[in-house]
Design a protein around this ligand. Sequence first.
Ligand code: PEP
Length: 249
Amino acid sequence: MRKKLIVANWKMYKTPEQTTAFFDEFLPMVASHDRDEIVVCPPFVDLPVAVEAAEGSNVAIGAQNVHWEKEGAFTGEISAGMLTAIAVTHAIIGHSERRQYFNETDDTVNRKLETALEHGLTPIVCVGEVLEEREAGLTEDVLRRQCMRAFNGISAKKAAKMAVAYEPVWAIGTGKTATPQMAADAHTVIRLEAEKAFGKEFADGLRILYGGSVKPDNASALMAEEEIDGALVGGASLDPKNFTRIVKY
Ligand code: PEP
């Protein structure tokens, strides 16, 4: 049995003060919830207050991005060592918004994944097709390519902590959700690609999350799919009550 992982991606929302207010309300509501793992990924400036608020709780804190180099002249970037230094434990890598607006490629995703793993972070690697690719019947090809390149040169031993999020780009922030069956089919493709890269045992244990307009009213149908090992939640994770309803699907 794979324990499900429910991850909040706040994107570019909330100040430190708003972050504190979120945790004040959210933590008591999920305090006794141990069926699933819960992670919240706020913007970088909110990470210290988030880590402090969540200390000793059942909620872990993740970053939305991480650079592949240890340090250097990379203005505006944050290293894995900086994140672990403040007790951040997870990092989203290759979110489609990073790929779309900040020129992330399969190659940078691979480099970031390798560095995150080296530093003991739990990476959540995002893959997913755009609408034109789905309509052209290319979804499987795209997922295979993204996974193959992301996993390139990484050993099963090193990748142990990794999770993957299937996020069809056409479903992110649009209110359109993949059907549970569509998501399950895509997850099967990703799991097969993980098997090719890391072996069957690894692939069987790999957590593959679904992301794309997950809301309180569709979470339980999605989470009922055996192939769906959790959710990456954008918009609906900003409100503590909504996110609690998703966590408790
Ligand atoms: C996301 O940001 O990863 C996401 C899935 O967003 P939303 O839930 O708003 O579609």
